[in-house]
Design a binder for this molecule. Structure first.
Ligand code: SF4
Length: 470
């Protein structure tokens, strides 16, 4: 399913009408939030960890060129083949050349947003290479020909019943909505594929510059099988995923699990430090890593926005976002969604295609409060809104609204009348009926205007506070 952020407005409208989707997203995000809160409450040094993680990421991103060179040198010493790709086309070409050279016919993949970014599945399948997702959520969305709707829970928009019907239709399984049985159906299908695959492809959660190794964090052991069973392993990594040394890793692992899945620790942390040696009868004989830029250097060049590269893709900002909670991930039209997606979309795809994304936020600041690496997302959204306006891409209605407000603000008498009048008009409405606001009120609950008006209330408040301080 091809999606584009330029159709975000249309996707949002569709999502708001879809009660089934909204119920599924609401339930999943609320559960995730409660689990996160519970675990975070058990870690008294949580805030210290966040500050430490920020400092590590700041150092890495400020010196990214040096860390990348160090990582490449150490990978090569460990026998890992290193490839560099500037963009999607180059990444696809490198991967396909490798696939052809090594006579790869089947590939198993573990969840990787970076490979979603370069449309790798579709590209390889179109070239005749069997490419199968093995993370349960990714497998489900692949069967549905959809993109993931969440950074860590790709099928979060679906219910058990949806998945039961999907497996019945696509896999010929008997209908069930029992999670354990659904899991067994998928497991049976996937096991054979792991054993037959020529190549395993994964993403990278964290790469360690001073040891030339990387790790993949997961809960289902599918990444472990992806890494260890096929004869060749390829990891696709965004260049920002580096840490300076193993000493920094525990900070991030401790932050990632509670933020992503509400767990104290993730079930599996797979380390890959090179091809397996002759004495071990498991593990890939060849390991490749593809370092992908794909606009990251552009983001790095902007000192005001490079903080967005600190993201560890935990998904906590999605779960807490009141916008994401209402519309889910597909409404954003791209692989990165929610508050962090709203900052990344215009930076990766440009201000024309990504012009709506920075506005899909109430700027409430909850994303900043939960972000384990303290990315000030609302701040970045404002900067990006500014960029959209400067690029002449702001919405017509908004431009008109601001022009009207600016006019009224320069004419105080008119301004007072404009803010007084709706409350008076409202008096003519029957009962508790809200002021009619066609369009605006279609998808929102609006209350009644306070007949006293904001100014009167403010002056009264000031007067009262003066009196009480005297
Ligand atoms: S911005 Fe922060 S909270 Fe959101 S996914 Fe990235 S690391 Fe997690």
């Amino acid at each position: 399913m091809e999606m584009t952020p330029s159709k975000t407005k249309q996707y949002i409208k569709e999502a708001l009408k879809d009660d089934h989707l909204r119920t599924a997203v609401d339930k999943a995000t609320q559960t995730a939030l409660h689990k996160r809160e519970d675990k975070v409450d058990q870690i008294p040094y949580w805030e210290d960890l966040r500050f430490k993680a920020y400092a590590v990421k700041q150092d890495v991103i400020e010196h990214l060129d040096q860390y990348l060179e160090e990582f490449e040198k150490n990978c090569k010493q460990n026998g890992i083949h290193v490839h560099w790709a500037a963009d999607t086309e180059e990444a696809q070409k490198i991967i396909f050349d490798l696939v052809k050279e090594k006579n790869v016919k089947t590939i198993v993949k573990s969840k990787s947003l970076t490979t979603e970014e370069i449309h790798l599945n579709k590209f390889l399948i179109d070239k005749g290479i069997e490419t199968l997702e093995t993370d349960l959520g990714e497998y489900i969305v692949q069967l549905m020909d959809q993109i993931p709707s969440h950074l860590t829970a790709p099928a979060l928009h679906l219910t058990r019943q949806d998945i039961g019907k999907l497996f019945q239709e696509k896999l010929g399984a008997d209908y069930t909505e029992d999670p354990e049985e659904l899991l067994q159906i998928a497991r049976k299908k996937l096991r054979q594929k792991f054993l037959a695959a020529d190549m395993g492809i994964s993403g990278v959660n964290f790469a360690i510059a001073d040891s030339g190794s990387f790790c993949v964090v997961e809960n289902e052991a599918n990444a472990h099988l992806t890494v260890s069973l096929p004869r060749i392993h390829l990891a696709v990594m965004g260049i920002e995923k580096l840490l300076p040394d193993k000493g920094a890793l525990p900070v991030f692992l401790k932050l990632l699990a509670p933020s992503a899945t509400g767990q104290k620790a993730t079930s599996y942390v797979n380390f890959i430090g090179g091809p397996s040696s002759e004495k071990y009868n498991e593990g890939p004989k060849e390991v490749h890593i593809l370092l992908l830029d794909n606009s990251r250097s552009k983001i790095l060049a902007d000192s005001r926005l490079r903080e967005t590269l600190f993201c560890i893709r935990c998904g906590a900002c999605l779960n807490i976002c009141p916008v994401y909670q209402q519309v889910g991930g597909h409404a954003y039209g791209w692989v990165y969604m929610g508050p962090i997606g709203s900052t990344l979309i215009p930076q990766y795809l440009g201000l024309v295609e990504g012009k709506y994304a920075p506005f899909a936020s109430s700027l409430c600041g909850a994303c900043y409060e939960v972000c384990p690496v303290r990315i000030n997302i609302p701040h970045h959204l404002l900067k990006l809104r500014n960029k959209v306006v400067e690029a002449g891409q702001s919405m017509k209605g908004e431009k008109m609204g601001i022009a009207v407000w600016a006019f009224l603000a320069k004419h105080p008498m008119l301004y007072r009348f404009a803010t007084w009048f709706p409350a008076q008009l409202q008096k003519l409405l029957p009962g508790e009926m809200a002021f009619p606001a066609p369009g605006y009120a279609k998808e929102r609950a609006i209350g009644r205007f306070d007949p006293k008006g904001f100014r009167k209330k403010l002056f009264k408040l000031e007067k009262d506070s003066k009196k009480s301080s005297e």
